[in-house]
Design a protein around this ligand. Sequence first.
Ligand SMILES: *Cc1c(COP(=O)(O)O)cnc(C)c1O
Length: 494
Amino acid sequence: MMGLYYKSTRDSRLRVKASEAILKGLAPDGGLFVPEKLPVLDVRMEELKNMSYQETAYAVMKQFLTDFTEEELKDCIARAYDAKFDTEEIAPLAKVDGTYYLELFHGATIAFKDMALSILPHLMTVSAKKNQVENEIVILTATSGDTGKAALAGFADVKGTRIIVFYPKNGVSKVQELQMVTQKGSNVDVAAIRGNFDDAQNGVKAIFEDREFAQELADKGYQLSSANSINIGRLVPQVAYYVYAYAKLLANEEIEDGEEINVAVPTGNFGNILAAYYAKQMGVPIAKLICASNENKVLFDFFETGTYDKNREFVLTSSPSMDILISSNLERLIYLIAGEDSERTKALMAGLKDGGSYGITDDMRQRLADFAAGYATEEETAGCIRSVCEKTGYVMDTHTAVAAHVCGQYRSKSKDTRKCVVASTASPYKFVKSVMTAIDDKYKPEDEFTLLEELRKVSGVDMPQAIRDILNAEVLHTKECDADKMKDIVNGFL
Ligand SMILES: *Cc1c(COP(=O)(O)O)cnc(C)c1O
């Protein structure tokens, strides 16, 4: 097979192998790595239909990571998608009231980030070996709540790596914070930032772009990498579950072979929905990609108007993992609709950095026809959780509810009757306070821990191990800093 190379969205002369792109995370010019050509599936749905999750993941990932041997890739997959997941299906599809919920939260930290972060450390250590990297790899990650814990869990005590996670002090749920600050492992560090997610993410980006600092670290035997969803090693594993979901719909005789479906994704950094878009490019019959935002509806406005403008108030919502105004992965889509023109992409991203906004041309907008967009207010999100629970007994989390609401909104507006898969990105246990108060205002938000038991009664779903783990765990991390002092934390830890 021909090797697939990756180039930067801001400099198409740069050309690296998948393993190098995984090690680097971000391109040296600040751009994102993208495949030179989006691969297509070389296995038919007829065959995929009978495959396990692991086999499907291999069929998808081998098309992207062509410099990994079959043995290496299968080994990474086997280590990632194992008994850490509480179901053999890994990503089960629940049919509720005519909608299909692709449950991506059955991993160690009960959010969809586990789908990629269970495998990223393995992809990274194999990549390091392939490229004769002697340095210790230091993962720097900004998190809106879920990435942090999933990355910590994935990298804890992985040889040759260290990980430092930054999270916004008042921007995550109680459960999310406890999950992070109780993380064990000799190679892990966690710090709270006085600021929001974008501040944390900008801080991490600034450290990555600091060449002098990179040299200082190299002299000490370290090199930086990223576990954020800008890393191609996170994006690629996520493509697999959309292929898997389609194959399962077929296997369950919910659809005919070739029948088009829609996919609704609760969106923040635009990683998950971009993976769905890549799945479509690979040949999965997906018609519309429905991009669902919460009240931080910068993406909705972008799809409506062609202008991306982050100059607006940042809203703290009940779906904190989507409280984001700079959706980093959108750059990969911009690059595609700009006709893979890296100069044009670079100019637009410079506009975002300097003035906080950019506008796209009409011909670029026309290439967005595969996307539909909507948003849910806080009341609509809570209303969706409550009504689905009352009608069916199925309890979803706040992020999933944003997508479920927008999916319904799209259906009634467009009269599009295609079947819809909603990406269900977190367990309701992770956002128990918002979920329970949405279901009934008799539940009082003060005592999150009592609500866990109430959620068990209402949903009939047992408390996941991840929750039982934090109930008695000791707090191990208490660092806090301003967003412009993140470098000091890195220096302190190394
Ligand atoms: C990260 C996250 C999202 C947003 O996903 P993106 O890939 O950043 O768009 C949605 N829901 C949950 C629960 C998440 O953790």
